[in-house]
Write a protein that binds this ligand. Structure first.
Ligand code: FAD
Length: 323
């Protein structure tokens, strides 16, 4: 369809891409570069921008849910069709972070944490080769609600705060790295990233004056090191931070085990709808059980105002995404 002045674009839409490069970063990380001319329209401010990947079925095909109808359909339209497909026809759809975007080259990078072949996304990434196709759902810079400023799917929201706490596991490492690369020297604070092994400590450039701590898990339980590190941080800084944040009553974007209401245990997702007003902000993402425990510790244990913290359960141990 030819573009006209009246054409409108949904905030997110589907991009047909192919694998241009595969780079093994470490024992558990692989960076996949997706390319297509159409990605020149991919709109994002970077940071923790999330996207959806339509993982092909075992025979390499995807069901037709109208993703490429013109004009591009709003998300609820194709998503409803996708949800209603019989189990055996529905492909897996998984959430990832855009690690880097180069619209001028029509490319985006995604860093996959490899956790074995039991997950369709991890299995796909382990076997990915140049030329493999991937449909990516992401923002369109021509959309009135998208764009390269602040598109949907970005939760990083520090407002005026320049003292930070960033924490997450390997699935949050791509977002944390992209966020850190965007910060200048005004920012201070602490960063904790738990990764499976010492080999997974990735090179990272930031101008921010933060203390960066990579935690190599080894044989320990998932989340144990991250939890202990945040507790140690809390003993040193918790009282001061709690004293400087104030309780207030504002509406939250909350999706939690207790409040999903449909009997399904949705991972915790609690992000303040407004930027914090103070000088301190925290962003925590990773395995839902770990993040739920850290929320309890920071909010109930230390008394930190939750309106200064974004908590995101990115995945849940023992449960496939969306199940
Ligand atoms: C906003 C957002 C951004 C994300 N960004 C990234 C990203 O950039 N890179 C990235 O690697 N992941 C990212 N994730 C996490 C990713 O979506 C999940 O790990 C997802 O479950 C992987 O899908 P899968 O098909 O491999 O496994 P699934 O089919 O969903 O799960 C299969 C099994 O594997 C387990 N499992 C899932 N993930 C892991 C893991 N990492 N380690 C150990 N066991 C696991 C599940 O508990 C389940 O038992 C993000 C998630 C969200 C919500």
């Amino acid at each position: 369809m030819t573009e006209t002045a009246t054409q409108t674009y949904p905030a997110t839409r589907a991009y047909r891409t192919h694998v241009a490069r595969v780079r093994r970063l470490s024992e558990h990380f692989v960076r996949i570069t997706f390319a297509d001319e159409d990605l020149q329209h991919f709109g994002t401010g970077g940071l923790d921008q999330r996207i959806k990947l339509m993982i092909p079925r075992a025979d390499g095909t995807l069901p037709d849910v109208g993703l490429f109808e013109e004009p591009a359909p709003p998300m609820m339209q194709w998503y409803t069709r996708w949800r209603e497909l019989p189990d055996e026809e529905r492909n897996a759809m998984r959430t990832y972070t855009v690690r880097a975007v180069r619209p001028e080259a029509g490319e985006i990078d995604v860093d996959f944490a490899l956790h074995g072949a039991d997950g369709p996304a991890s299995a796909w990434a382990m076997g990915a080769g140049v030329g493999n196709e991937m449909v990516i759902i992401g923002p369109d810079e021509r959309s009135e609600t998208g764009g390269r400023g602040r598109s949907g799917g970005i939760e990083w929201n520090p407002g005026e705060a320049t003292t930070l706490l960033l924490a997450g596991d390997e699935t949050a490492a791509p977002a944390i790295c992209a966020i850190l690369e965007s910060l200048d020297e005004r920012y201070t604070g602490h960063v904790f990233i738990e990764v499976p092994s010492a080999d997974d400590i990735l090179p990272l450039q930031t101008r921010a004056a933060v203390q960066l701590n990579w935690l190599a898990r080894g044989e320990r339980e998932h989340g144990e090191m991250l939890t202990k590190a945040i507790q140690a941080w809390g003993r040193e800084h918790g009282a001061e931070v709690a004293g400087g944040t104030q309780n207030g009553s504002i509406a939250y974007v909350v999706r939690s085990d207790e409040e999903s209401g449909d009997g399904a245990e949705a991972p915790l997702w609690e992000v303040p709808p407004e930027s914090p007003h103070g000088h301190w902000y925290a962003w925590l993402a990773g395995e839902a059980g770990t993040i739920t425990g850290l929320r309890r510790y920071l909010v109930k244990g230390l008394g930190i105002d939750k309106k200064c913290v974004s908590f995101m359960g990115y995945w849940k141990m023992g449960r496939a995404e969306g199940s």
